[in-house]
Design a protein around this ligand. Structure first.
Ligand code: IPD
Ligand code: CA
Ligand code: CA
Length: 274
């Protein structure tokens, strides 16, 4: 097992940037011009021609530069050597529901796991022209300017964000109770509809914390690197190390991390609000 050098990470970061920007151009091409939107199975889980074409473009860029790396892509699954130390986790369009409604909170997310650890992340929102980039040890930027997490130290003064997975109609573990509880305790909880941009907003210091359940590696790999490189903390709900496949993530500016973790673990049942 070898850790890539800073120079190698910089190369991977530039390749991820090329891939994300190529995909972002495709998202712009189809903006407001979708012929149809399919449901993938679960209610509300949408896919469009833009998702598919953007993903194909990312896979092409990565395959051209890094043919020995493996890929996990939302729409087409796994490809490449599954024994590779390098796995790209990509979401060609994070925020498909927003995109289909022409609500411009959507992004392409390209992340690299090295031996299972997120190390490179690029998130590009072409509608706001914001390019977020980070790599382990190299810092985090937005449009090439350094960014850092907020300095909010009190949960009551914080602005948070979360999301609701597509299985929310099928399980009582759907984050509704946590949403009510934290809405009551903070200055607010937003729901943007794009997990990658939620993490980018925490990295930027616009938001103080983010949590979600039922999330996939392609939604968060890039964003995890951004938050960590911007000085924030990313863990499981209880503060233990993040397990990507668990689908649960807590990402904050670090200062409110323990407070938010405690509140998530102590969330009262939804019936207490009715
Ligand atoms: C979704 C978004 C949303 C989150 C969902 C994700 P998609 O991704 O990131 O914010 O709450 O859990 O599945 O379907 O737009 O790529
Ligand atoms: Ca997604
Ligand atoms: Ca997606």
């Amino acid at each position: 097992m070898s850790q890539p050098t800073s120079d190698q990470l910089q190369i991977f970061l530039d390749i991820a940037t090329e891939a994300a920007m190529t995909a972002g151009a495709i998202l712009q091409t189809y903006w407001g011009k979708l012929d149809g939107v399919e449901e993938k199975g679960r209610p509300g889980d949408l896919v469009t021609v833009a998702d598919k074409e953007a993903e194909a473009a990312i896979v092409k860029v990565l395959g051209r530069h890094l043919p020995h790396h493996a890929i996990l892509a939302e729409e087409s699954g796994q490809r490449g050597d599954q024994k590779s130390e390098y796995l790209w986790a990509i979401d060609p369009l994070d925020g498909t529901t927003n995109y289909a409604h022409q609500y411009p909170i959507a992004a392409t997310s390209v992340g690299l796991l090295v031996n299972g650890i997120p190390q490179v992340g690029v998130i590009y929102n072409p509608f706001h022209n914001e390019l977020f980039r980070a790599a382990k040890g190299l810092g985090a930027t937005c449009n090439r300017r350094p960014i850092q997490v907020s300095g909010t130290s009190n949960l009551h003064q914080s602005l948070l964000v979360t999301g609701f997975a597509y299985d929310r109609h099928q399980t009582p573990d759907n984050n509704y109770a946590e949403f009510c509880h934290l809405t009551h305790l903070t200055q607010g909880v937003r729901r943007s509809g794009s997990a990658s941009l939620d993490l980018a907003s925490v990295a930027y210091g616009r938001l103080d914390g983010y949590w979600e359940r039922g999330i996939s590696p392609w939604d968060i790999t890039a964003g995890v690197v951004l938050v960590q490189e911007a000085g924030g903390t990313v863990t499981a709900y209880d503060g233990s190390p993040l397990v990507l496949k668990s689908g649960r993530i807590l990402a904050t500016n670090g200062q409110i991390h323990n407070q938010l973790s405690q509140e998530l673990l102590q969330t009262p049942p939804l019936s207490s609000w009715t």
